[in-house]
Design a protein around this ligand. Structure first.
Ligand SMILES: [Mg+2]
Length: 437
């Protein structure tokens, strides 16, 4: 029997529940529901007007309901009387196919039918900035190569340790925190898990980091490229596929002829991801700003750490895919704006297509892509901007088949509107270049 949230509220002294969902643009939205009303909400869901969020809906549509998943419950570490719940969206008695968590659950169900379970870990980079977002918050964080800077890390000990303590309390298994490659940038790592759990944690992590930062009079941002001269915020994912018990890693093969410790299934899955990367790019790199992180000129630290081509290598961070260890690969394309659920759904959909069609990722490249990229022949490049990326998503047959037309049509429509909004704005750069022409 499903967990009874009304009983949980009593046992854990929860006064309010946040029944939340993430829309297609990755915005976390919620209703705050008193425990007295949770019994009905658990059954029927909390009502929302879909048009008010970034979903392809109209004001004339019926109510949309967020039905909470009791397994996702997290008591806010900084306010345990509030319980956070991830919800699945329903409308007119059906799940909303063009909604992120539902889309991921469909891919998980498809994988389960084939005896597969994807496990992932995400590396969410973020900046601590000032209140108006114009600069990093620590004036003394100025090294040209600031990665792992101990003093800059320790000047933020209070906020970082509070976030890490919260993850320990939640049982996420956090194991390291560091200052990343840009001034003002940090990363915190916790254990990998089933991909739905990782997506829920990823969603909650962003909320938690922003909230705890605010409580310390700071502001946290996951924006892909907030400062043009500094390394951007990536969201690398480590991917492996396991059998249905979750005990046997189907990606691992100690006898791999290539010496990478990957199985045929792993290579086919990777082949699928690489086959569909151009089309996935608008999902993994979903904003206008995202394209200023990938394909970017070198930053002041010496490298962007982000890919510009669809290639894979061994333990080599200049490629889109790195194989750091046996039995998994790291996909380095995604950025901090990626929707936590669509990120996982996109990887799984493309990977399953790769396994079904035995897609070949080709030979790994052992060169430094940043300095020797021009030597690589027949290498596919990433789209240069959001418009190109969205068009590639729109016409891609694999994604349409795997993720469904409802989701792709909704996503493409909203992202095209996003692009048009961007085109309607006139930047200072344009004025500087054009006023006196
Ligand atoms: Mg990193």
């Amino acid at each position: 029997m499903a967990t009874d949230l009304a009983k949980v509220a009593k046992d854990k002294k929860i006064k309010y529940f946040l029944i939340s969902f993430v829309d297609l643009f990755g915005v976390l939205r919620a209703k705050l529901v008193p425990a007295r009303a949770i019994k009905e909400m658990q059954k029927d869901g909390a009502g929302f007007a879909g048009f008010a969020a970034w979903l392809d809906m109209s004001p004339a549509d019926s109510d949309m309901f967020g039905v909470p998943d009791p397994d996702s419950l997290i008591q806010l570490p900084w306010k345990p009387e509030v319980g956070w719940l991830a919800a699945d969206l329903w409308m007119d008695g059906k799940e909303v196919e063009a909604s992120p968590r539902v889309a991921l659950k469909r891919q998980i169900a498809k994988a389960a039918k084939k005896g597969m379970r994807m496990k992932t870990g995400v590396e969410c980079e973020y900046f601590l900035i000032n209140a108006d977002g114009s600069a990093i918050s620590d004036e003394r964080d100025t090294q040209s190569k600031p990665c792992y800077d101990q003093s800059a890390l320790m000047r933020r000990y209070d906020v970082i340790s509070e976030i890490c303590d919260a993850m320990i309390k939640l049982g996420w298994g956090p194991y390291q925190n560091d200052h990343e490659d840009a001034n003002g940038q940090f990363e915190m790592n916790w254990d990998y898990d089933d991909c739905l759990k990782t997506a829920d944690k990823h969603t909650f992590f962003k909320f938690m980091v922003k909230t705890i930062a605010e409580q310390h009079d700071l502001r946290a941002t996951f924006m892909p490229k907030p400062f043009s001269n500094l390394t951007g915020n990536g969201c690398h994912a480590h991917v492996s596929v396991w059998d249905k018990t979750g005990k046997k890693n189907l990606f691992h093969d100690a006898k791999d002829k290539e010496g990478m410790g990957l199985s045929k299934t792993a290579y086919h899955f990777l082949g699928g991801v690489m086959h569909s990367t151009e089309a996935l790019c608008s999902i993994f790199n979903p904003t206008v700003n995202s394209y200023k992180r990938i394909n970017a000129p070198r930053t002041t630290s010496g490298a962007t750490w982000s890919p510009n081509t669809i290639t894979y290598g061994g333990n080599n961070r200049t490629h889109m895919v790195r194989i750091p260890d046996e039995g998994r690969f790291e996909l380095r394309l995604m950025d901090g704006a990626a929707n936590p659920y669509l990120l996982q759904a996109g990887v799984l959909a493309a990977g399953l297509d790769g396994v079904a069609n035995k897609r070949d990722p080709g030979k790994r490249l052992d060169i430094n892509m940043y300095t020797e990229g021009h030597k690589a022949k027949n290498v596919k490049k990433l789209p240069l901007n959001l418009l190109d990326a969205v068009r590639l998503t729109d016409k891609n047959k694999v994604l349409r088949k795997e993720l469904g037309d409802d989701l792709i049509d909704a996503y493409v429509k909203l992202k095209m509107q996003d692009w048009e909004d961007y085109c309607a704005s006139i930047s200072q750069w344009e004025r500087d270049r054009t006023l006196d022409v």
